[in-house]
Design a protein around this ligand. Structure first.
Ligand code: NDP
Length: 297
């Protein structure tokens, strides 16, 4: 059996086009242009690349973007003051604090400072708290897990009563993905580094979400025939034949798992493009929240 490919790049492109159209409608109808501010502290190369991609996406979609780069030795007060300034800036509808922050900074205290109405990453305690509570809705759903859910919907998954296994329990991917699956009435098992017999647990899954950061850990014999597999992992492996000397692989051994699964996301081109698309959607939502009619609704 060969699994159906879930094309994250195509889905992300469609969402981006929808957001771009809505941005122009908002600008024309309400004279409001959604705006995203990024806060980046330090010189981490990967973080700089991610922030660049986010600004480029804003540009392509007609979203205003404001880039704030602070030196690696920025103080807690400097970062918190900047967040306070952005909270008060009416041109800014979303604030993205690029993680990880340098070790000397208190990440939790900084994320706590981001106004809930501008928490487009959805990592603030109020948004995560609402996500975890029955019958409450967060203002913003964290981007990568939200992308995972959209891809599962694309794959035509029936969530209700499905056995879902999430590999990984991080604040930014595994845990919120598990909460979103529970909200859709799946029966969810969350696995982590102390889980016993991972392969046997994974084999129970109708829906398998892998977010561990271990190259090709999930093998074909971990997967129930016909399961839908979403691979969040983005791992660099050395590849002298590649132009950059490495290639990206997921947490799932794609070539063998695709022979067992019913549907599967590739890496790259699966969850990756969805994260930025959902960030753009959240920024639009942040701007929508400032429109009087929607705010009252
Ligand atoms: P973290 O390192 O924060 O979390 C990894 C999780 O996996 C932890 O819960 C850890 O368990 C668990 N884990 C690690 N090793 C094992 C193992 N051998 N067996 C079982 N569980 C294990 O990673 P993130 O959640 O931030 O990211 C996960 C992956 O997703 C990475 O490859 C990352 O690059 C990718 N990613 C991709 C994004 C995208 O846009 N496509 C966005 C964000 C992340 P424990 O809690 O016990 O330590």
């Amino acid at each position: 059996m060969t699994a159906r490919l879930i094309d994250g790049a195509a889905v992300a492109a469609r969402i981006r086009a929808e957001v771009a159209a809505q941005v122009e409608q908002m600008a024309a109808g309400h004279n409001v242009r959604p705006g995203l501010a990024t806060v980046l502290v330090g010189d981490d190369t990967a973080s700089h690349a991610y922030v660049r991609m986010k600004h480029k996406a804003c540009q392509e979609l007609g979203i205003a973007s404001f880039q704030h780069d602070l030196p690696a030795d920025a103080t807690q007060e400097q970062v918190e003051d900047l967040v306070a300034e952005l909270n008060a800036d009416p041109r800014v509808h979303g604030i993205l604090v690029q993680l990880p922050l340098p070790k000397h900074l208190d990440e939790e205290a900084i994320l706590n400072k981001v106004s809930i109405e501008k928490d487009v990453d959805g990592f603030g305690p109020v948004n995560i708290g609402r996500l975890a509570m029955k019958g409450r809705d967060p203002l913003f759903i964290p981007c990568t897990p939200h992308g995972v859910m959209v891809l599962l919907e694309e794959a035509g998954v029936t969530f209700e009563g499905a056995n879902a296994v999430v590999l990984g329990r991080s604040n930014i991917v595994g845990m919120p993905a598990a909460l979103l699956l529970v909200e859709r009435n799946a029966t969810v098992t969350i696995c982590h580094s102390r889980t016993k017999d991972l392969a046997a647990v994974c084999r129970q899954a109708d829906i398998l979400v892998a977010a561990v950061g271990r190259a090709e850990m999930v093998r074909a014999d971990w997967v129930k025939p016909g399961a839908v597999v979403i691979d969040v992992g983005t791992n660099r492996v050395d590849d002298p034949s590649a132009k950059r000397g490495y290639r990206l692989v997921g947490d799932v051994a794609f070539d063998e798992v695709k022979e067992v699964a019913g549907a599967i996301t590739p890496v790259p081109g699966g969850v990756g493009p969805m994260t930025i698309a959902m960030l753009m959607k959240n920024t639009l939502r942040g701007a929508e929240l400032t429109l009087p009619a929607l705010h009252e609704a």
